[in-house]
Design a protein around this ligand. Structure first.
Ligand SMILES: NC(=O)c1ccc[n+]([C@@H]2O[C@H](COP(=O)([O-])OP(=O)(O)OC[C@H]3O[C@@H](n4cnc5c(N)ncnc54)[C@H](OP(=O)(O)O)[C@@H]3O)[C@@H](O)[C@H]2O)c1
Length: 304
């Protein structure tokens, strides 16, 4: 188990991301029994952190999680997000959005409420101040941000610290193929300020699973983002991930990709769409890549 930020909350070393749960336009079709099985397998395997957002499937992801929570006596830590839509211009809209999430999730309190993007038109301090308000009102246990850069993270941290509240997390894109948080200094800053860096898309939306190749490209929107040339370039990295995984009894690229994120001190939230995927993700835990293996993977990733 690991701590979240400076809080005394203890969670499994990885969480499960639920963007694909109900978000058809980006992820394609889904099956509720498969998602229920992904949920059950994850919780049954000891994962106790779920990440969703009000905009995933326009609320469908939260509604599905709410239904799954009702059918279990387990109480996972639930993280969701407020989206600063351009027509949301008052702090009141923040509280209203939170109430919508509480209703869909069937919860009295959100464990971790995150500001999804630092997008205009409202300045950062408006939403961070609204986050402080809902924490003080007892509607939210811990507060986080997402997609904030170094300066914005410093600002959000300071604004909450002025009120005696510790900023718990910053959720950003971080994977072997997307190491911006290291290059920008964000990972170091999070370490310095005791903020958990939650790594989204740790499997690079499926690319790092190794199942997508130039001959079997990613479907839908993902196929445009990661084209055939890109898939061709990452094959040597996938090969190395398989080779390194062999030393640990046949760990797969999925498991090596997630273990790499953990080795960097970040908290990965891979998406799982069925029991098989969730089970494989669980195998990312309980072992550790060596320093030399981490270095070799990064060298291969840089050549991709
Ligand atoms: N804050 C933000 O702005 C933001 C942005 C993006 C994501 N997120 C969060 O981060 C979570 C994870 O990111 P992500 O969903 O973008 O990408 P990801 O975790 O990198 O990839 C997830 C996808 O990989 C495939 N996959 C997962 N496990 C697999 C396995 N064992 N075998 C084969 N394929 C497997 C599945 O898609 P297929 O089976 O369809 O290939 C799955 O949906 C999201 O669910 C969301 O909670 C947050």
């Amino acid at each position: 188990m690991v701590s979240l930020g400076a809080s005394d909350v203890r969670v499994s070393p990885l969480g499960i991301g639920a963007w694909a749960w109900g978000a058809r336009s980006f992820w394609g079709d889904y099956s509720v029994p498969d998602l229920q099985a992904a949920f059950d397998t994850s919780l049954g395997g000891g994962v106790n952190f779920l990440d969703t957002a009000e905009i995933y499937g326009s609320g469908r992801s939260e509604t599905l999680i709410g239904t799954f929570l009702q059918a279990t006596d387990k109480k996972p830590f639930v993280a969701t997000k407020f989206f600063p839509l351009p027509w949301r211009l008052t702090k009141g809209s923040f509280k209203k959005a939170l109430q919508g999430s509480l209703k869909r999730l069937g919860l009295q309190k959100i464990d971790l409420y995150q500001i999804h993007w630092p997008s205009p038109p409202m300045p950062i301090d408006v939403w961070v101040s609204a986050l402080g308000d809902v924490i003080e009102a007892g509607l939210v246990r811990l507060g986080g941000i997402s997609n904030y850069n170094v300066e914005q993270t410093r600002q959000a941290h300071a604004l909450l610290a002025d009120r005696g509240i510790h900023l718990t997390s910053n959720q950003v894109h971080y994977s072997l193929l997307h190491r911006n948080p290291e290059h920008s200094g964000l990972l170091d800053l999070c370490r310095e300020l005791n903020i958990t860096l939650i790594a989204y898309s740790p499997l690079e939306q499926g690319v790092l699973t190794g199942k997508y190749t130039p001959n079997t490209p990613l479907p839908g929107v993902r196929g445009r983002r990661y084209d055939r040339d890109f898939l061709l370039r990452v094959q040597p990295l996938i090969g190395l991930m398989r080779e390194i995984g062999q030393a640990y009894g046949g760990k797969t690229p999925v498991q090596v990709a997630v273990n790499w994120v953990i080795s960097k001190g970040a908290f990965p939230i891979p998406g799982a769409r069925n029991a098989r995927q969730a089970q494989e993700i669980l195998g990312s835990l309980g072992w550790k890549l060596t320093h030399d293996e981490v270095f070799a993977l990064e060298q291969a990733a840089e050549k991709s």
